[in-house]
Design a protein around this ligand. Structure first.
Ligand code: UD1
Ligand code: CA
Length: 460
């Protein structure tokens, strides 16, 4: 017996008012559907079937790399029952089929496991339900006097009395393949929406003399679907709060748990401090005692222990060593590798650059395509001129190189250990011996020069 997952994701989501298909809308920077796929992967025995329709081409393209996904096209959206029918060949009679929605992203694996555990020969169908203060819009769970589930009635088909019911269908269910197939074959669209309702199988199960089991999620957030941008942002905030709580449980100091955003995976050591309005994207690792100042954006980066990132720094695709000091206002671009104790100050941009232990680039510099040794000091306003308009060239500095302020290093160029470059120099040739090198135009003063005077208008 195996578990087959079918994700329903063909709906249009017109209330999003977006050209992007609903299931591709981002939650924590990841498409809604990807959250569901990740969840499905924790439970599915084999490949995961996803029923797509609106924007199918784009959805398939986005997930093209995932070879464990089967995309099934539902060309006309004739209802949830019709959607599941499309996946007919992807489950066997003795499989348990788990049905998920592509726009319900935050269900917990444990909740689904509980739901699956309820499925047996005597209970071939189990549904995930929840009681809501306001059940408007949902299918209502109808129980008999013995509290046994006998049907699900959709809002549009419900009587006034049925509309009072607070227990609703989340849409998520687990069902034995054999029964699913036989009940789907009997569905009709004789209802208020002229659709094939998957929910009609509940009454069919009861009519076959079998019982319907129900499981509950641990909280509403687990079953919230997304239909419009408001709900998308509500879920985003809920999710971010969950992630922030998780970080604090790991011992992270958050100055304000409502003002940190994690869009991906954030791994943390002990005694990490994160100040307000900081965004983490992709895979970010923070070592012990790392401090991230306010208003930083950090993406796909590893930061080793003791490093302090001052406010307003932007770091992407970098590896930062131990006890570095970054920013404020630093821009660290992809393939920047800093050794320990490096200092990158304000308005410094680095790219594709290795900087050795203890080196400092403190102010207003651009360092790109560079290999820098240990204990170098790069003066304010130093620019590596790495691009000739066509190709990129490398700058190589040895250890203890001192570059005076406002210098340009025209790559390709090598400066050996212990070289000092005088301020304001343009260095285009390799410097192979230590000592002072400078290239400056001779300073002159012109005594006869007069300050320009403003012309007086002829007529007043
Ligand atoms: C459905 C349930 C309702 C439940 C609610 C929970 C039915 C008949 N109703 O209603 O009991 O309370 O979800 O949110 O099942 N989809 C397709 N193809 C289709 C139709 C839908 O793939 O032809 C997909 C949608 O993309 C979506 C999911 O199925 O992911 C649910 O569809 P939706 O139209 O939102 O169902 P509701 O009418 O809200
Ligand atoms: Ca819905």
């Amino acid at each position: 017996m195996s578990i087959q997952v079918i994700i329903l994701a063909a709906g249009k989501g017109s209330r999003m008012r977006s050209k992007l298909p609903k299931v591709l809308q981002p939650l924590a920077a990841i498409p809604l559907l990807e959250h569901v796929i990740k969840l499905a992967k924790t439970l599915a025995t084999d490949k995961i079937s996803t029923v797509v329709g609106h924007g199918a081409e784009l959805v398939k393209e986005v997930f093209a790399k995932h070879d464990y996904l089967i995309f099934i096209e539902q060309t006309q959206q004739l209802g949830t029952g019709h959607a599941v029918m499309q996946a007919d060949e992807h489950y066997a009679d003795d499989d348990t089929v788990l049905i998920l929605y592509g726009d319900v992203p935050l269900t917990k694996p444990t909740t689904l496991q509980n739901l699956l555990d309820l499925v047996s020969d005597s209970h071939p169908l189990s549904i995930l339900t929840i009681s809501l203060a306001d059940s408007t819009g949902y299918g209502r769970i109808i129980r008999d006097s013995n509290n046994k589930v006998i049907a699900i009635v959709e809002e549009k088909d419900a009587t006034l009395e049925q509309k009072q019911v607070k227990e609703v269908n989340t849409g998520i269910m687990a069902v034995k393949g054999f029964y699913l197939r036989s009940w789907l074959a009997k569905l009709s669209c004789d209802n208020a929406q002229d659709e094939y309702y998957l929910t009609d199988i509940i009454a069919m199960c009861v009519a076959d003399g079998l019982q319907v089991a129900t499981a509950k999620p641990s909280g509403e957030i687990e079953v919230l679907g997304v239909n419009n941008k408001q709900q998308l942002q509500d879920l985003e905030r809920d999710f971010q709060q969950q992630l922030a709580t998780g970080l604090m449980e790991q011992g992270v100091t958050l100055i304000d748990a409502d003002r940190v955003d994690i869009r991906g995976e954030l791994e943390v050591g002990t005694d990490v401090l994160i100040d307000v309005n900081t965004i983490f994207e992709g895979k970010v690792t923070l070592g012990d005692n790392v401090t991230i100042g306010s208003h930083c954006y950090i993406r796909n980066t590893e930061i080793a222990s003791g490093t302090v990132v001052e406010p307003f720094s932007h770091i992407d695709g970098a590896m930062l060593g131990k006890d570095c000091q970054i920013g404020p206002y630093a821009r660290i671009r992809p393939d920047t590798n800093l050794d320990d104790n490096v200092k990158i100050g304000n308005f410094v941009e680095t790219k594709k650059t290795n900087i050795g232990k203890g080196s400092k680039v403190n102010h207003l510099s651009y360092v790109g395509d560079t290999i820098m040794g240990k204990d170098c000091n790069i003066g304010a306003g130093t620019i590596t001129c790495n691009y000739d308009g066509v190709n990129k060239h490398q700058t190589v500095l040895g250890d203890k190189v001192f570059v005076g302020s406002a210098s340009q290093l025209i790559a390709p160029v090598n400066l050996t250990d212990n070289v000092t470059i005088g301020a304001g120099s343009t260095i285009a040739k390799n410097v192979t011996e230590e000592g002072l090198t400078l290239s400056r135009a001779k300073q002159i003063s012109i005594r006869s020069w007069k300050k320009p005077v403003k012309e007086q208008p002829l007529i007043k």
